[in-house]
Write a protein that binds this ligand. Structure first.
Ligand SMILES: NC(=O)c1ccc[n+]([C@@H]2O[C@H](COP(=O)([O-])OP(=O)(O)OC[C@H]3O[C@@H](n4cnc5c(N)ncnc54)[C@H](O)[C@@H]3O)[C@@H](O)[C@H]2O)c1
Length: 371
């Protein structure tokens, strides 16, 4: 059977690290015939545009999304700046790949989700880890009942403090930035994907703020439990305030999934490949030049080799471009799943703040009242 691919005119809003990675992958994709970039920083836009050979560059995402060539959009702005470009892409009526989270408040996320669902547009969210073979294999084992009925899931995510510092420095409202909302959401998405048939009903959590609290009014770590209607428990924690010398570039994760007839454990700490060097490396996520030991593979988008990004974000981008060009289904997270993930991470933060259990689903008004 021969499928004919639709040609894609791709708008990329936000040409930072992720916009560049995805743009470079898109520039090599056979269905992409036009790429436009909107980047607030004119210098950065010009540099990225030249690197990927963009056809159009502007600092105004609305101008980009008005261009007649545009048939699909990637929204890769900073976490707290997704809403306006998503709304503009919805108005334009194009399929979207949106970076996580959908928004940084639950009310905004609900508004964005409603707009996407009412428009019936195909919008997926960048939960990039779903494109790694290990998580796909885990999902398949749970989905095909190899473990029986899953009763307990546990995840431990460790990160050095570089991403946290970067996030707190970029925001003027530290209360919307937390380890759960920004980074814990990736581990949570993988585990909730495996628990897809179950309904979360209650959450309990505690947080610690001894390192990032005094510096940025930030949170170091959150540990919690999500309880499901059938008695299943998901026990999770994230700490993004480890010393800068912790060798994970970004994410280092361990997951256990226990069922009534089987168990699956996944070591995703990346300590299987350790690089130690005498000079700081420029590739990957390494804004601090004192980091000389690295768990290779722990930078979530992937690794550069022969001038190209290899790994999950490259595979996810190609998969999304194929989805748009060929109308193929993919395992990407839907906007509804991204909203659910934000709701759970916000409920964990609220429970930790109140030191009390929170009943699910968390209502956006309750988040507003708590703030
Ligand atoms: N899926 C993953 O594994 C993964 C990995 C890293 C980051 N992310 C997510 O990707 C997003 C971007 O992260 P990043 O690391 O590339 O950040 P970044 O700061 O490097 O890039 C964001 C860029 O967006 C630009 N921008 C902001 N608002 C804009 C607007 N309205 N119009 C045009 N440009 C605008 C900024 O100037 C900046 O250059 C975040 O949501 C982040 O959480 C996802």
């Amino acid at each position: 059977m021969q499928r004919s691919a639709k040609k894609i005119g791709l708008a990329i809003v936000g040409a930072g690290r992720v916009g560049l990675f995805r743009g470079a992958v898109a520039a090599r994709h056979p269905a992409v015939e036009w790429i436009g970039i909107a980047e607030k920083s004119a210098n950065r836009g010009g540099d990225v545009g030249a690197t990927i050979g963009a056809d159009f560059i502007t600092t105004d995402h609305r101008e980009l999304l008005r261009r007649p060539e545009v048939t699909a959009a990637i929204i890769a702005t900073d976490e707290h700046l997704h809403v306006d470009p998503i709304m503009a892409a919805v108005e334009r009526g194009v399929p979207m790949l949106i970076e996580k989270p959908l928004a940084t408040t639950l009310a905004d996320s609900a508004r964005v989700l409603k707009a996407i669902e009412e428009s019936k547009l195909d919008a997926v969210v960048g939960y990039t880890q779903r494109f790694r073979r290990r998580w796909l294999a885990a999902k398949e084992k749970v989905r095909t009942n190899a473990l029986g009925d899953v009763t307990l899931v546990t995840s431990r995510a460790f990160m050095n403090r570089l991403v946290a510092i970067d996030n707190y420095k970029r925001t003027d409202d530290p209360s919307t930035i937390s380890p759960m909302v920004i980074s814990g959401t990736h581990a949570l998405d993988i585990c909730m994907w495996c628990l897809e048939a179950k309904t979360p009903v209650e959450i309990y959590a505690r947080s610690i703020d001894k390192v990032l609290g005094p510096l940025y009014q930030g949170i170091d770590a959150t540990a919690g439990m999500i309880m499901f209607s059938d008695g299943t428990v998901y026990h999770l924690n994230i700490n993004w305030a480890l010393p800068v010398t912790w060798p994970g570039a970004v994410y280092s994760l361990e997951v256990g999934i226990v069922g009534t007839t089987g168990v699956l454990t996944i070591d995703d700490t990346h300590r299987d490949i350790v690089l130690a060097v005498s000079q700081p490396q420029s590739e990957g996520y390494n804004p601090d030049k004192s980091r000389l030991v690295d768990f290779m593979g722990s930078y979530p988008p992937g690794d550069m080799a022969f001038g190209e990004l290899r790994g999950p974000m490259a595979e996810e981008t190609v998969s999304w471009l194929n989805r748009v060009a060929l109308d193929l289904p993919t395992q990407a997270a839907t906007a509804a799943e991204a909203h659910r993930n934000l709701m759970l991470t916000k409920a964990l933060d609220l429970s930790a703040k109140r030191k009390q259990p929170v009943t699910l689903p968390l209502d956006p008004d309750e988040e507003k009242r708590a703030a």
